[in-house]
Design a protein around this ligand. Structure first.
Ligand code: GLN
Length: 452
């Protein structure tokens, strides 16, 4: 016999159970890695000596889902420096410390259409165009609250680590190389300081920024970091809320319009996802509420973004239909399962039932069904939401407004729903009777009819 059959009671090795199950996500990453690894375009950054040492053949891809599951292909565990991919995360930290309005006083949120180290300061105020280019990133990093530069960098490192879900460290050689050759960044900082948009000391501010750029990560780390932004600031691997949801949303917005430097417009058109690239070859892309991707591949295109990462994300976006402007699939199952009206004992009853999760589109369909089923003269409206599993807060407000309106018009309204859904509405003035089963709601209708 070729294979030894495990005896009764032998624990089955886990690998033998899972090894042959097809995993389409890993297959997609492996396929991209195999085909795009052959791309020879682009140049490894050499503006600082340490970066020029990178191997142009290194190529790793990783993806983390909202459930915290990890997938990867190629050199996803090879370490490199984060460089400009740090910018959105430090922006999120500054937003957390100061609030969006205050941060906007120092750093704009407009695409510059220029390269990463362009001057891009607004005439008059000296305010940098956005936090994704160097000038804006230096100003942003200086906004992080701290007693001094040492503490400021510690807070930045702790923030990047929380996004990655593990303790990150600094590549001291890259840092030294960066600091030794960083005159253009110092020049940007001097210009901002002269114009009043940078209050910190130039050497201190740029030193923190150089350290921030020299933090070591892997493609697998970047995927967790991107997934945390895609997941409303909640790290799907560690379960820690790293930043608030509005902060994650703002950060992704600035990434979408400014993340890819002078390639940002074309990127948004072709790929349609918020992203950020760095000169060492790292790139993140976030598909909101779906997943985060991290890519590592050192050769860069003329806009300073990693060539293979751009190609990989373009393909992935097409293959999985990820473009943000792509019309989302309409629900396969109808939300509204019944909408009818009947007369009993001289009273009109409108009845509507629905199922599933109520987001905007589903709620809009439900509200339309309620309008159609509502009796023309004051009567009864029964809403059976017992098969509804969730409702977002905006749609819940829309539904509450319609129920209040029905009440105002003299209708008596009964809602049957799961306990959790009924509790979600607590604290608001109730203009309807609550039940947990459709039968109870309908019985209430009839009782009233009899009593009338
Ligand atoms: N450390 C680099 C710089 O400031 C980061 C730039 C980048 O990754 N595009 O020049």
């Amino acid at each position: 016999m070729l294979f030894k059959r495990p005896g009764v009671g032998d624990p089955l090795p886990v690998d033998s159970v899972t090894a042959h199950v097809i995993d389409p996500v890993t297959e997609a990453l492996t396929d991209l890695h195999r085909r795009l690894g052959a791309l020879r375009d682009g140049e490894v950054a050499d503006y600082i000596p340490q970066l020029a040492l990178a191997d142009p053949d290194d190529f790793g891809l990783a993806l983390v889902s909202m459930a915290g599951r990890r997938y990867q292909a190629g050199q996803a565990d090879t370490a490199f420096t984060i460089q400009s991919v740090s910018k959105p995360f430090v922006y999120a930290l500054a937003l957390t410390d100061l609030g969006a309005q205050e941060v906007l006083r120092y750093v704009g949120a407009e695409p510059s259409g220029e390269s990463f180290n362009a001057i891009s300061l607004k005439p008059g105020t000296g305010r940098p165009a956005n936090p994704m280019i160097n000038a804006g990133a230096i100003a942003t990093s200086a906004l992080v609250r701290a007693a001094g530069p040492g503490e400021r960098f510690e807070r930045i490192l702790a923030c990047l680590s929380a996004f990655a879900g593990r303790s990150l460290d600094v590549d001291e050689d890259v840092y030294a190389s960066e600091a030794a050759t960083g005159d253009r960044n110092r020049a940007l900082a001097y210009l901002m300081r002269a114009a009043g948009s940078l209050e910190a000391d130039v050497d201190e501010a740029t030193d923190v920024y150089f350290r921030q750029c020299s933090v070591r990560v892997t493609a697998a780390d970047l995927a967790v970091m991107a997934a945390t932004l895609a997941n409303g600031g909640l790290n799907p691997v560690t379960g820690r809320q790293v930043v608030t949801e509005p902060t994650a949303t703002r950060t992704l917005s600035v990434m979408a319009t400014c993340g890819m430097y002078e390639g940002a417009g074309e990127w948004l058109m072709n790929v349609g996802l918020p992203a950020k690239g760095g000169v060492a070859g790292g790139l993140i892309a976030a598909s909101p509420a779906r997943f985060g991707v991290g890519v590592y591949s050192p050769p860069l295109n003329s806009a300073g973004n990693p060539v293979r990462a751009v190609a990989a994300m373009t393909e992935m976006s097409e293959r999985f239909g990820l473009h943000l402007m792509h019309r989302a699939a309409l629900p396969h199952v109808a939300t509204v399962t019944a909408a009818e009206r009947w007369e009993r004992d001289g009273r009109s009853v409108g009845f509507v039932s629905a199922q599933g999760t109520l987001e905007f589109t589903e709620t809009e369909a439900l509200l339309n069904a309620i309008r159609e089923a509502t009796p023309p003269a004051p009567g009864r409206v029964v809403l059976d939401l017992t098969a509804v599993t969730g409702i977002s807060s905006g749609p819940a407000v829309m539904l509450a407004a319609v129920l209040a309106d029905l009440h105002g018009q003299g209708h008596r309204v009964a809602v049957a729903a799961q306990q959790a859904l009924l509790q979600a509405g607590e604290g608001r003035p109730r203009t309807w009777e609550a039940f947990t089963t459709r039968e109870d709601a309908l019985a209430w209708c009839e009782d009233r009819s009899q009593g009338a």
